[in-house]
Each structure stands twice: as structure tokens, then as C-alpha cells.
Design a protein around this ligand. Structure first.
Ligand SMILES: C[S@@+](CC[C@H](N)C(=O)[O-])C[C@H]1O[C@@H](n2cnc3c(N)ncnc32)[C@H](O)[C@@H]1O
Length: 338
């Protein structure tokens, strides 16, 4: 087993060209160490603008290893990054010991701004949720959307902090609708919009996915047997030119269950129906145990069964800061052209 220091040096070396390219394209948010593939399972190190976010998922990192990693990265990038360490190894816990190394300086926990594809994004080291406010493995999809959304109507499903919507707006979309049931996530999406005042304003719909997409698709909304449906916002049936479907691995609500392993179809079917003829649907599956080949087949079969055969299907892998030795990255993305 190489030491963490050796593994980190190798990871930085392997990213040399990528980092230069990212800086040139206006991106300072990227993964510097993807532990599961680079020699330290359960450890990730990400740069978000001025902030260095270290996260552990299996066991905490020792004080010495943490400080050594921080020093090595700052010297490699020639940049004094602000350290935030979030240990997520015990359920919801995040280490906040009295040792200031684990606490993070106030400046590191302040509201900061990171950049991706020339856009500004809110960066916050700790907030009500567990995940960072921008998922870095979706960067290539956001870049694709920015490059292909001129004049399009765009629907961003499971929008989280609306990075996809922002990219579409930056690409010249004529309309951008972000949909998510969490007001706190959409609030960060609004902040992201405000951080890019040159862009056309986006729309935000706070709703559960199932009633919203089924109304857009013209499908009935049914209650589970013996359950009364909670209220939901009313939407007109309509289609969009470009739709992004990036659901969480699993989530249950009064309207249905998001389950990427057992039932991708119930998410996909209405999303296809809400995509215009000649439109594009970008769909994702971030569950590591689902193989690309099986999932791709399921997706294409679902489109066929709906009488909406896919004319072209392109795989969009994450960038090289998310290496995968077996060529099977957890985040799988398909660009479906109808
Ligand atoms: C993994 S994130 C999606 C990432 C996002 N597509 C992005 O570009 O960063 C999952 C999001 O789904 C939302 N969500 C989960 N279940 C939902 C549901 N039933 N209806 C609407 N939103 C839901 C959560 O609030 C969260 O913002």
C-alpha cells in the first residue's frame, strides 16, 4: 500500500494537464483526490475555488495526514486554499473537535464563490445538508448543456442547486425551469442565479417530482392505495426541447419512490413524454452497482415501448478527475436524441 502522501502526489501528477485545461476554461472547482480509485478508499479531496474540502466516509483522517495533505496541495497549486474537513464516517456526524484543525477557520466557512465553465457558484463548507453545493462529477454534462442550449426550452429535474439550469441559461436557453421539492436547495439555485446577473432569469418550481412530471407528460396522478395525496402545484401538460434527469439513488415521498436500482422506468417514462420530438433527454444513474450496459438497454427499451425510439445515444463519462480503473464510473450519463 503506498502512503497517503505518495498516493496524493501521484493523483496530483496525473491531473497536471487536466488542471491546466480547467483553469483555462474558467473552472476552479474539481476533484484532486478520488480515494476509492487512487489508493485511499473513503477519502475525497475537492477544490471549490478558494476552499479545499476534505471528506472522509469510512474513517476519520489523522491530524497529521490532514495537515500534510493540505500543505502539499497548496504548494502544488501555488495557492493558499482554506481548509474545511468534514468527516462523514459515522452517520450524520461531522467532526468538530476543539482542535482548530478540525473546526476550520471562520474564513473557510464563510460564503465563498467557486467557478465552473466561467460561471459563479455558491460554495459553503458547512450548511444544512451533507453534500457540497455542486456535484463535481456532473461537470461534463453541465458543459455539454451550456454548449447545446442556445434557443432551447430546458427542464432541469431534481435540480438541487440548479447548476444544470445555470449552464443552460449561460448557453442562451430561451427558457429554463428548475424543479426540486427542497426549498433550501432551490434557494441556493436562486443565489447561483444572482451570482451571475448577466444571465436571463430562471424559473423555479418547488414540487415533488412525480406529480410535476406526470402533469407535464399528461399522465394521471394516482394515490397509493389507502393514502390521500398531499397538495401539489398545478402544471400544464407541455414538452421541453432539452430535459435533464439526474435523480438521487433512493428517495421516498408521499407520491412515489425514487429507486434507481429497481425502478428507473417510472422516472424515465414521464421524462421522455415531457421531451419534445427532436428534443434531447440527458439521463443519469449514479448507483455504482448498476452497470452501464444493463441500464442503457433498459433506457432504450423504455423509449421504444413508448413509441419514442432514440435516434442517437451517446455516453458522457465524467472528466479525468474522477478516474475509474474498470471503466465503470458510478455516475453514468446518457444523451438521448429523439
Ligand atoms: C442528487 S441531487 C440531484 C443533483 C442535481 N441534478 C445536480 O445537478 O446537482 C438530488 C435532488 O433531488 C431532490 N429530490 C429527491 N427526491 C425528490 C422528489 N421526490 N421530488 C423532487 N425532488 C426530489 C433533492 O431535494 C435533491 O435536490
Amino acid at each position: 500500500m503506498p502512503s497517503l502522501d505518495q498516493a496524493l502526489r501521484a493523483a496530483l501528477h496525473n491531473r497536471q494537464d487536466l488542471i491546466t485545461e480547467l483553469h483555462q476554461q474558467g473552472t476552479d472547482c474539481y476533484r484532486l483526490f478520488h480515494g476509492s480509485q487512487e489508493g485511499a478508499g473513503g477519502l475525497t479531496i475537492d477544490r471549490y475555488g478558494e476552499q479545499l474540502l476534505v471528506q472522509t466516509f469510512h474513517q476519520p483522517l489523522s491530524r497529521d495526514d490532514l495537515l500534510a495533505a493540505h500543505a502539499l496541495i497548496c504548494s502544488h497549486l501555488n495557492q493558499p486554499l482554506l481548509l474545511v474537513y468534514n468527516d462523514r464516517s459515522q452517520g450524520n456526524s461531522r467532526i468538530d473537535r476543539t482542535d482548530p484543525v478540525y473546526q476550520a477557520e471562520p474564513a473557510a466557512l464563510a460564503d465563498l464563490v467557486g467557478h465552473e465553465w466561467g460561471l459563479n457558484y455558491r460554495v459553503r463548507g458547512r450548511h444544512a445538508g451533507q453534500d457540497p453545493l455542486l456535484f463535481l462529477d456532473l461537470r461534463n454534462a453541465r458543459g455539454w448543456i451550456k454548449a447545446h442550449s442556445a434557443g432551447q426550452s430546458v427542464l432541469n429535474l431534481f435540480a438541487y442547486t440548479c447548476g444544470v439550469g445555470l449552464s443552460a441559461a449561460a448557453g442562451g436557453a430561451r427558457e429554463v425551469v428548475n424543479l426540486d421539492f427542497a426549498e433550501g436547495n432551490l434557494a441556493v439555485g436562486r443565489e447561483n442565479g444572482a451570482l451571475n446577473p448577466q444571465l436571463a432569469p430562471m424559473q423555479f418550481v418547488q414540487s415533488d417530482y412525480f406529480p410535476a412530471i406526470r402533469q407535464l407528460a399528461g399522465l394521471p396522478i394516482t394515490a397509493r392505495r389507502g393514502h390521500k395525496l398531499p397538495p401539489y402545484p398545478r402544471l400544464e401538460q407541455r414538452q421541453f426541447d432539452l430535459v435533464l434527469l439526474d435523480p438521487p439513488a433512493w428517495a421516498k415521498s408521499a407520491f412515489g419512490t425514487v429507486d434507481l436500482l429497481r425502478d428507473y422506468q417510472s422516472l424515465l417514462k414521464p421524462a421522455i413524454l415531457a421531451t419534445a420530438d427532436n428534443g434531447v433527454l440527458i439521463c443519469c444513474n449514479n448507483l455504482a452497482k448498476v452497470a452501464m450496459a444493463d441500464w442503457r438497454e433498459q433506457v432504450l427499451r423504455c423509449a421504444d415501448k413508448l413509441g419514442r425510439p432514440v435516434r442517437d445515444c451517446q455516453v458522457l463519462p465524467p472528466a479525468a478527475d474522477f478516474p475509474s480503473h474498470d471503466g465503470q464510473p458510478p455516475l453514468k450519463t446518457l444523451i438521448l436524441q429523439f
